[in-house]
Design a binder for this molecule. Structure first.
Ligand code: NDP
Length: 282
């Protein structure tokens, strides 16, 4: 029996156990389990001592532990290390290796939307952990320009550095809301990476609706609610919209691929998994 878990705190209504079970069902894997492990920061070290010698075969990590687990690992994938966020850990024998599959999940979902990265202009609203993953994908895909808007300027600067470290050909500007509105006609895709608008605070907008236009994709990393105020406002201006559910599904499938090997991403019906989860959120 292979044993997997999600580590974080709090995990009350996490969709991950249902999602992973649906993936195992689709792949006809009947010897794997997935559960949640809710732990505060001060108990991480002792948990990892046990993890290293057995117990679980792989772990997903979520808020607030994505950065703090890094020092407890034997090896960390270079991009996960750069963005200081690990959300997937694989154990082989006594060796623990950390990865970031949020990054792969975002890249997958953006590809499915039909917006190509190379030569296009993007805006990232927010500059936290998930914005770092988004920024890394845009840098690697050779975006032409990335505009960052964030409440805390220091975090926007860290995100700017990450993008430039990966690709110094990208033009990266830290802007305020008014400046973003002024350049909105050039922007191909605006991505909300803040938690503003997440259930239960569903009426809040992370950015003015004046940013949206009809030739744009609005991508919200939030998946609960399925249609945030951000996506509603974008739709009312004629923009195409994508929520965070497909990204959530894809990051989970990439985790399963890391743990079990093989070309799992190509063999999974992501859309069926998205439909399964939609029923749980509605
Ligand atoms: P972080 O805590 O690392 O970052 C949160 C960001 O939101 C920061 O930029 C923060 O700004 C901003 N923010 C929070 N509250 C406010 C507010 N009231 N006004 C303005 N800005 C605010 O979180 P994550 O990056 O890990 O997650 C962000 C969102 O992305 C969550 O909703 C999460 O569920 C979602 N997510 C979805 C994934 C998916 O697979 N679909 C994967 C990962 C995350 P500041 O820097 O000023 O504090």
């Amino acid at each position: 029996m292979k044993r997997f878990a999600l580590l974080g705190e709090p995990l009350g209504h996490s969709l991950s156990p249902a999602l992973h079970k649906a993936i195992y069902r689709q792949l006809e894997i009947d010897d794997a389990s997935y559960r949640t492990v809710e732990l505060p920061e001060e108990r991480l070290k002792s948990f990892f001592t046990g993890f290293k010698v057995g117990g679980f075969d792989g772990i997903n990590v979520t808020i607030p532990h994505k950065a703090s687990v890094i020092s407890l690992l034997d090896e960390v994938d270079s991009k996960a290390n750069l963005i200081k966020a690990v959300n997937c850990i694989n154990r082989v024998g006594n060796k623990l290796t950390g990865y970031n599959t949020d990054l792969l999940g975002f890249a997958y979902s953006l590809r499915q939307s039909g917006v190509s990265i190379e030569g296009n202009e993007f805006a990232i609203v927010g500059a936290g952990g998930s914005a770092q993953a988004v920024g890394a994908v845009l840098a690697e895909g050779s975006a032409k320009r990335v505009s960052i808007v964030n409440r805390t300027p220091e975090r926007a600067e860290l995100l700017q550095q990450t993008i430039l470290t990966l690709n110094d050909q990208v033009s990266v500007d830290i802007v305020d809301e008014q400046q973003l509105i002024e350049r909105s006609k050039q922007i191909d895709c605006v991505i909300n990476t803040t938690s503003v608008g997440m259930s239960p605070d569903t009426q809040s907008l992370p950015i003015s609706e004046q940013v949206f236009g009809s030739n744009m994709l609005a991508f919200d990393l939030i998946y609960n609610p399925l249609q945030t105020a951000f996506l509603k406002a974008a739709e009312s201006k004629g923009a195409n919209t994508v929520n965070g559910l497909q990204m959530l599904v894809a990051q989970a499938v990439y985790s399963v691929e890391i743990w079990m090997g093989g070309n799992i991403v190509a063999h999974v019906d992501m859309n069926a998994l998205v439909r399964d989860l939609e029923k749980l959120i509605k």
